[in-house]
Write a protein that binds this ligand. Structure first.
Ligand code: ADP
Ligand code: MG
Length: 698
């Protein structure tokens, strides 16, 4: 058996392979492209393509594909085989630089959110050499960006790369002010922690809601849930362990640094965290991870649920986006420094994030908005829909001291060095572990915890990078060319703290009192549902931000607004239709058969025992019949609304109808169904219940 170091990355055309297989001239040209963004000339592209093809064929690949991330949030690929006819009637395996660099998939069937109306349907994919090519299912996958012919981004990668560039540009300006001349690039890095559920595939098959919607639409609460917290970090069951082992192996072969795995709080819930990498690569890897998680699950007779809320009343799944900025010289800009001067730089970058999150809280919230995540945010296991930041007591006290020109009286480990430089020296705070904040500082990075488990991390990082780039730009504008740099810097930091401290909150984010304080006293946004969030996306402030940093054009932004709402409407509509179908075909008939059996037991008692017997059956029948009537009534209302909504053209109105009518009516229908489930004999219930699903994998 091979060791992990031997198999790690064997399916990746990574730096090791390039070094070994490319001439030094071609290799250096590739490196320049990857590190410095220089264009590749055709001869180099041809040489890289040839080496890639040879390598892929040796690994058993027969096809290649441009692998991209359309706005559906999942990945897309169109396979082409390497074969090309040869004059002697045989075939040769071919792959040119042209095919490597550019592809032309038919763009018309991907969502474009109105872009299609304005522009040509045709699109093209363009190689992203900063993310390594890899082999999946005998296919060489080339990570690419996906654009329309007129240049509009039709994917999530293009704006992500642009946002990284924008942040790089502004961060370099700021670093120069601190005398960092040797730094030539600043990159953002991300480590996404991925939560998921595993359920038995045979059971899942019997639940149309799991099959079509990835979440249960019915189900009464099991007698045992997560009350005992006995699942969290508990012993991993053998079947799950076998799954995790194979998952790790597959991810490692693809060069994905899967590092930790453990049980989560809810039964059947687990987490996988990779070691962090550059945002662009982390995004590609997270997409691949989600795909492979589902694929491996099938092999083990399991279904991997990535939905944010597969089970009502049980913790949902999120994705923690650990984010920071680092220089190409290896300095994490969010690490508190050793010297006052380093600390001043750290504090300025910290301020940039604080200001960014406060100024663009709506946009950040909007970037994680989906129908699924709406169920999770603000439930008792996930951050609320209000964005705030956790900094910890020590850092907050330092910011307070700066704001109020007071000496900083920290704990013993804190050393004050006011005077030499204007800012205090402090030691990083390692004690605080706030788990309820949507955006928490965790020592040398921020953890954005609002992302849903099925979200592509691209959207959140585009907005985060954009917002931080904007604060950095403002700082560079204010400080460049100033004679008294330190004085100006101090003033700037002080001003930023004063203006943006409302976003800092170190308390319990799950507390209702906080929501009241946040919205009523601090004026923070509470955008509870997806339709609530989307107006922010197209308001002038957002458009200005994204266009001025050349991350998205107004048209691109509008297309995303449309797609988010379209997805919301479609997702919930499918759920509603599935509910209607399940109610009619499974639930009502089950209640009927069970009632019939109760009725026959009643009849038997009446004839055998006495005419006054059967009180239990009578009560039960009456209740079941009452529930059936409630179900029928709720079903009728939902059916009517679903007919109505088909006539609504405007996407905003449709989304609002979903929020205000469809979702409440779905809840109304679920209630009596769940109640009926709780009183129906198990052998009559037509699908696995919550206990079966949550405790069924051993
Ligand atoms: P938690 O305590 O939140 O469960 P974990 O240790 O499970 O933390 O996960 C932390 C994640 O943060 C890992 O994916 C890790 O690689 C990532 N991480 C660590 N340092 C950085 C950094 N500088 N930038 C981005 N991500 C980071
Ligand atoms: Mg975490």
């Amino acid at each position: 058996m091979k060791t992990v170091p031997e198999t790690f990355g064997i399916l990746v055309f990574d730096d090791r392979v390039m070094k070994a297989r490319l001439s030094s001239k071609v290799y250096n040209a590739m490196k320049n492209t990857i590190d410095g963004g220089h264009r590749l000339d055709n001869a180099v592209a041809d040489a890289v393509a040839e080496a890639m093809k040879e390598w892929a064929i040796e690994k058993g690949a027969t096809h290649f594909t441009h692998w991209f991330q359309p706005m559906t949030g999942i990945t897309a690929e169109k396979h082409d085989s390497f074969i090309s006819p040869s004059p002697d009637g045989g075939v040769i395996m071919e792959f040119s630089g042209k095919e490597l660099i550019k592809g032309e998939p038919d763009a018309s069937s991907f969502p474009s959110g109105g872009l299609r109306a304005t522009f040509e349907a045709r699109g093209y994919t363009a190689w992203d050499p900063t993310s390594y090519a890899f082999i999946k299912d005998k296919t060489l996958c080339i990570p690419t960006a996906f654009c329309s012919y007129s240049g509009e981004a039709l994917d999530k990668k293009t704006p992500l790369l642009r946002s990284m560039q924008a942040l790089n540009k502004q961060a370099l300006r700021v670093l120069k002010l601190f005398g960092n001349e040797e730094v030539s690039a600043v990159r953002t890095s991300v480590g996404p922690e991925q939560e998921y559920f595993l359920v038995d595939a045979e059971m899942a098959k019997k639940r149309p809601d799991l099959l079509f919607c990835g979440r249960t639409l019915f189900g009464s609460k099991p007698p045992k849930g997560q009350e005992l917290d006995d699942h969290y970090f508990g012993v991993i069951k053998p079947r799950v362990q076998a799954y995790m082992n194979e998952l790790n192996e597959e991810l490692w072969k693809l060069g994905i640094l899967a590092k930790t795995e453990h049980n989560e709080v809810a039964p059947a819930q687990h987490e996988l965290a990779p070691i962090y990498s550059t945002t662009n690569v982390a995004t590609d890897h997270n997409q691949l991870t989600m795909e492979i998680m589902q694929k491996i699950a099938k092999k083990h007779g399991l279904v991997c649920l990535l939905h944010e809320k597969p089970f009502a009343g049980v913790n949902g799944s999120g994705k923690h986006n650990n984010w920071s900025m680092a220089t190409n010289t290896g300095v994490n800009l969010l690490t508190p420094g050793e010297t006052p001067y380093e600390n001043a730089q750290f504090l300025l970058f910290l301020c940039a994030v604080i200001q960014a999150v406060d100024d663009y809280q709506g946009l950040l919230r909007a970037s994680v908005a989906t129908a699924g995540n709406d169920h999770r945010l603000g439930a008792n296991e996930a951050p609320p829909a209000v964005i705030s930041m956790f900094l910890g007591d020590e850092l907050t006290a330092i910011l307070d001291a700066i704001e109020q020109d007071k000496p900083y009286e920290g704990t013993e480990k804190t050393v004050m060095k006011l005077g030499v430089h204007v800012l205090p020296k402090f030691v990083r705070d390692t004690t605080d572990r706030n788990r309820t904040s949507p955006f928490a500082f965790t020592g040398n990075k921020f953890e954005f915890r609002m992302l849903g488990s099925s979200n592509s991390i691209a959207c959140a990082n585009i907005m985060l990078n954009a917002a931080v780039a904007e604060s950095l730009k403002q700082y560079a504008d204010a400080l460049e060319g100033k004679a008294d740099f330190e004085g100006e810097l101090h003033k700037l930091i002080k001003k930023t703290i004063k203006e943006h401290k409302r976003i800092i909150f170190n308390g319990n984010g799950y507390d209702d009192a906080w929501i009241k304080e946040a919205t009523e006293e601090r004026g923070l946004l509470n955008l509870r549902t997806t339709p609530d969030t989307q107006e922010v996306v197209i308001e002038k402030k957002s458009v200005d931000l994204l266009t001025s940093h050349k991350i998205m054009s107004e048209t691109e932004l509008r297309s995303r607004y449309e797609i988010t709402l379209e997805n919301y409407v479609k997702t919930v509509s499918i759920e509603a239709m599935t509910m209607i179908d399940m109610t009619k075909k499974l639930i009502l008939p089950a209640i009927e058969s069970y009632s019939t059996s109760v009725a026959s037991s009643l009849a038997a008692k009446l004839s055998v025992v006495s005419e006054l017997s059967g009180a239990y059956e009578r009560k039960k029948l009456a209740k079941l019949s009452e529930l059936e009537e409630q179900i029928d009534c709720a079903l009728g209302a939902l059916e009517n609304t679903m007919v109505e909504i088909k006539t609504v053209d405007d996407i905003k109105t449709a989304a609002e109808t979903i929020r205000d009518k469809v979702l409440p009516e779905m809840a109304e229908l679920r209630l009596p169904c769940d109640e009926a489930e709780a009183m129906t004999a198990k052998s009559y219930w037509p699908m696995p219940t919550y206990d079966d699903l949550l405790f069924g994998v051993r």
